[in-house]
Design a binder for this molecule. Structure first.
Ligand code: GLC
Length: 720
């Protein structure tokens, strides 16, 4: 029996009740027909069950945040982590996990960048599809968010994003489109912001024209919490479920609107059917870990930890963290020799209380945490000496009180750390952004680490002692003036509860650093896209940089950067050669690229082979290169393999703003293969014909007075 079959038996009031939640975390049940409620719970990097009168957070595994998990560039591993989150959701009785977030990192300032995979839509879409596959394979729904163009926290509940149709479709909708078409998420969450002046929660072009009519999406659309401003308009536009519940207020608005003829009952039926379809898909059942009367602060019993899978998931969290750690600079000091008698100074409060996640709705109460201090102490014993180095406000792993200014205390801690370092053979300084800088509802105003940390690093870099800097942050930070005085720089992102052991294993050479950057690290904030008004003003933010964000921006301007998208070092070395690019079907634009990858070093390691496409001759300005394929390989010394990437017609196409259609313009295309957006080791050219399915591209000089879509409001592209 399917609950959707019950729709004809429901009254208008019962149907309307399904269109809003029951409290903060549940859909409405319909007891008369035994329709159960579905529980929704935040992700995306672990579960937070926030229910009961005490709003208890039950412990769950805190995996690497999505930005760190993305740095693995490993779809199988992402799928495995999502499946573990699904297993914990079932144990807790959560039926729909509110993740993954797939908004692009338009600016490194966005406070929620830790929740988002990348600045690139191709990589974001592939990794998010793997997450959805892994999660939904456990019978728990995924909810892809925040649809659409929620790329900042500044005024997020009201700012209007002014972006042309091409920019939206090629960048900000592209990852959603890939996930919808390839992984069929059971739910999708609309964002708070406006697009072209219309709230995303009541945006017919986004929620119906694009999502349903073009992409064929069959799942449910749920609002972000309190993102609905006009319930009737939202239902009419294609929203299915308003969260949280409004105690029946907006249910009554829906009933009244139908009765007054202002809302088609067919719209109500459509939304109610999708809610019932979600019930059918999730088959909600209570989880064995819920309703046990946990009180705030309670932990899980060993038996309950067993039900959660806590031990195995902690190992997975460690493995995922190891695969995400990104070594961006190494003058040879790493890996450290665990057998060496060298005295190692470990400096930094975040080595004692590591930054493992960001703040806001994604917060998770970890089941346990490996700290860098514990893991390195266990490995090095009395060869390790430590100093706090700077003050931290961290009290646990999801709260951190702001620190009062206290230059004397900072200086005293720095003096102590510098003195300790001066008498050591190597210094490992663990630094990072405070929780408040990597949090929902706030954007940073600069890219620097806290001043006390910068000052400490400057002093450590001036010593004649090799300095290894470990940075824990959810998005790019600037590295002046200490960077050039370092022997190595290792980025952990916000890598979850396993980060300490992962860091020790990588620093001591027990594991290869597997991460590659999924966002560009600029030299300075002013170099980044959209500055200086990148988060807009007066209620509007204009995406004037168009399709040029991330590496697309820096490459278009040929701007120097600190570290490029895709960059990361292994402890071994690799050679890429013998590139073959073969046109399999010119009309369809299918092209196969293969390249030989050889481990030319003395240790096993991993490499991410990246394939970029460029269209140097086109009717419109296009990015110099765009990522269209990536393969991660793990090879033993001397071992070689062939990485294979198949490109489709869409990989060569752009969105023609005069029609909104994806089109491939015939001509010469450049295919580049490399290990970052700036380290391209081989290139080839292919000739492809015009896309036969479309009329020939109209060149500028022949353009009729056809309008071009320069803004996209709720009624769709405004062609003016
Ligand atoms: C928040 C977030 C969203 C989250 C939801 C429930 O405001 O924007 O990502 O899932 O509300 O906490």
């Amino acid at each position: 029996m399917f609950f959707t079959d019950l729709l004809p038996q429901l009254s208008l009031a019962e149907k309307a009740s399904l269109l809003s939640g029951d409290g903060d975390w549940w859909t409405q049940a319909v007891p008369r027909l035994a329709v159960p409620a579905v529980e929704l719970g935040d992700g995306p990097h672990g579960l937070r069950t926030e229910t009961g009168e005490d709003m208890v957070w039950l412990p769950s595994t805190c995996f690497p945040t999505l930005s760190a998990l993305a740095a693995t560039w490993d779809r199988d591993l992402v799928r495995e982590v999502a499946a573990a989150i699904g297993a914990e959701a079932r144990a807790m009785g959560v039926h729909l996990v509110l993740g993954p977030g797939v908004n692009l990192k338009r600016t490194p300032l966005c406070g929620r960048n830790f929740e988002y995979p990348s600045e690139d839509p191709w990589l974001t879409g592939r990794l998010a599809a793997a997450y959805v596959d892994g999660l939904q394979g456990t019978g728990v729904g995924a909810c892809v968010k925040h649809f659409a163009a929620n790329n900042q926290e500044t005024e997020r509940t009201r700012v209007s994003v002014e972006a042309d149709e091409r920019t939206l479709r090629e960048l900000y909708l592209a990852a959603f489109e890939h996930v919808v078409r390839e992984a069929e998420p059971w739910a999708l969450m609309c964002s708070y912001n406006r697009v072209g002046g219309t709230y995303a929660s009541a945006h017919p072009w986004l929620l119906t024209t694009v999502l349903r009519d073009e992409w064929g999406y069959q799942g449910l659309v749920v609002s972000d919490w309190d993102a609905v401003h006009d319930k009737v308009a939202s239902v009419r536009a294609g929203l299915d479920l308003e969260m949280p519940g409004t105690g029946g207020r907006t249910d009554a608005e829906v009933v009244d609107a139908v009765r007054r003829g202002e809302l088609d009952e067919a719209d109500v039926d459509r939304a109610a059917r999708r809610v019932l379809h979600l019930v059918d898909r999730t088959r909600p059942a209570p989880g064995p870990l819920r309703g046990l009367g946990h009180r705030p602060g309670d932990t899980l019993t060993p038996a309950q930890e067993e039900l959660l899978g806590a031990a195995a998931h902690h190992e997975l969290a460690r493995r995922a963290a190891t695969a995400s750690l990104t070594l961006v600079r190494n003058t040879g000091v790493l890996p450290l020799d665990p057998a060496s008698p060298a005295r190692i100074a470990l400096v930094g409060g975040y080595a004692r209380v590591p930054r493992i996640q960001g703040g806001g709705s994604a917060g998770v109460r970890p089941t346990r945490v490996d700290t860098p201090l514990d893991a390195l102490s266990a490995a090095l014993g009395d060869r390790l000496v430590t100093a706090e180095g700077y003050r931290v406000g961290a009290t646990d792993y999801y709260q951190e009180r702001p620190l009062p200014t206290d230059p004397d205390a900072d200086e005293a801690l720095a003096d102590e750390a510098v003195a300790l370092a001066a008498g050591s053979d190597i210094v490992v300084a663990v630094v990072g952004l405070p929780l408040a800088a990597d949090s929902e509802a706030v954007d940073r105003t600069d890219l620097a680490l806290p001043p006390a940390q910068v000052d400490l690093l400057r002093r450590l870099a001036a010593l004649d002692v090799p300095l290894v800097v470990v940075v824990q942050s959810g998005s790019a930070v600037t590295m002046d003036p200490w960077h050039d005085g370092t022997a190595a720089v290792l980025l952990t992102g916000l890598a979850g509860q396993g980060v300490g052991q992962a860091l020790a294993d990588v620093l001591l050479g027990r594991a290869d650093p597997g991460g590659r950057l999924t966002e560009t690290y600029p030299l300075q904030l002013a170099d980044s896209p959209g500055m200086p008004t990148v988060t807009g003003e007066r209620g509007h933010v204009v995406y004037g940089e168009g399709v040029l964000i991330g590496y697309r921006w820096y490459d278009a301007l040929d701007r120097p950067i600190r570290y490029p998208f895709g960059h990361g070092l292994s402890y071994t070395t690799f050679a890429l050669d013998d590139l073959h690019v073969e046109v399999l079907d010119a009309a369809a634009g299918r092209v196969r690229c293969t390249v030989q990858v050889t481990n030319t070093g003395a240790r096993r390691g991993t490499q991410v082979v990246q394939v970029y496409v460029g269209d140097p001759e086109s009717a419109v300005h296009r990015p110099v290169r765009e990522l269209k394929g990536a393969v991660k390989v793990a090879l033993d010394p001397g071992e070689r393999t062939r990485a294979v990437v198949e490109l489709t017609g869409r990989d060569f196409a752009y969105v023609d703003a005069t029609s909104g259609a994806w089109r491939r313009e015939g001509g010469r295309f450049v295919v580049e293969v490399g290990v970052s957006s700036r380290d391209l080791v081989a290139r080839a050219e292919v000739e492809l014909p015009d896309d036969p399915a479309l009329p020939p591209v109209v060149r500028d000089e022949d353009l009729p007075t056809d309008p071009v879509a320069w803004a996209v409001g709720g009624d769709g592209p405004v062609r003016g």
